[in-house]
Write a protein that binds this ligand. Structure first.
Ligand code: PXP
Length: 249
């Protein structure tokens, strides 16, 4: 498979830290999970340092920067504190996500269009420091155009609504969401943006997304960490990798 055609898998290790933090100790160690994920074929590791530090900690980010041989995709809210942390570490990629304290997970995409000016200034030093800036957005033309205008190199399309509809058995909505993701990934690609996708993906939902030719990377976490309970982390990742490659043809 050519490098241009290959779909990268970023493994999100946040929820290893969630389990660790449930008891406040050091086990299970997200860094160990990250190294195992690398060995199992992850092309990158994703970690979200939330403002409330509910899972990944500052020390986890320090450790990941030290031990990883694959790129780190550092997810964060567009705050001053996070910008300082990102500029100190200069990870391969910074993915800007919306964050609300009361949410259980990242519920929607970032409102880029409404905050275009602020975000353009916000990402400039990150880009100057050599980080690839990615913006997590809904499959929405307005948001894609705004992400393009502010100078992001990458957008990550939110697949949560597509996955939720599948889980609820609402296949009309699922198919509509998928059609939107298909159309908007092609549109973003036509503007010169690199397209990634993620949120809520499982073995049942990954293949139609993996088959979208413009999508270059999937970021998957919660399902893989859950599945690892039953089959082990490396086999769980290997199966996801296999399904992605199969869908890619
Ligand atoms: N991509 C982004 C931008 C995210 O915020 C998340 C969740 O942290 C994911 C991908 C992974 O989602 P999930 O854990 O549901 O696979």
């Amino acid at each position: 498979m050519s490098a241009e055609h290959k779909l990268r898998l970023g493994v999100n290790i946040d929820h290893v830290a969630t389990v660790r933090n449930a008891r406040g100790g050091a086990y299970p160690d997200p860094l160990r999970a990250a190294k195992l994920a690398e060995e199992a074929g992850a092309d990158g590791i994703t970690a979200h340092l939330r403002e409330d530090r509910r899972h990944i900690s500052d020390a986890d980010i320090d450790g990941l920067m030290e031990v990883l041989t694959v790129p780190l995709n550092f997810e964060m809210a567009a705050t001053e504190e996070m910008q300082r942390i990102a500029l100190r570490h200069k990870p391969h990629a910074v993915c800007l996500v919306p964050e609300k304290r009361e949410e259980r997970t990242t519920e929607g995409g970032l409102e880029v269009a409404r905050e275009e000016n602020r975000l353009a200034h916000y990402i400039a030093p990150l880009r100057a420091a050599g980080c690839r800036v990615s913006i997590f957005i809904a499959a929405d033309r307005r948001q894609i155009e705004a992400a393009h205008r502010i100078g992001a190199e990458v957008i990550e399309l939110h697949t949560g609504a597509y996955c939720d509809a599948h889980a609820e058995g609402d296949f009309d909505t699922r198919d509509r969401e998928l059609a939107g993701l298909r159309e908007m990934s092609a549109y973003a690609h036509s503007l010169g943006l690199e397209v990634h996708a993620g949120h809520g993906l499982t073995y049942d939902t990954v293949q139609p997304i993996a088959a979208l030719p413009e999508v270059r990377e999937l970021n998957i976490g919660h399902f893989l960490i859950g599945e690892a309970i039953f089959r082990g982390l490396q086999p769980a990742i290997a199966e996801m990798r296999r399904l992605m490659d199969e869908a890619r043809g």
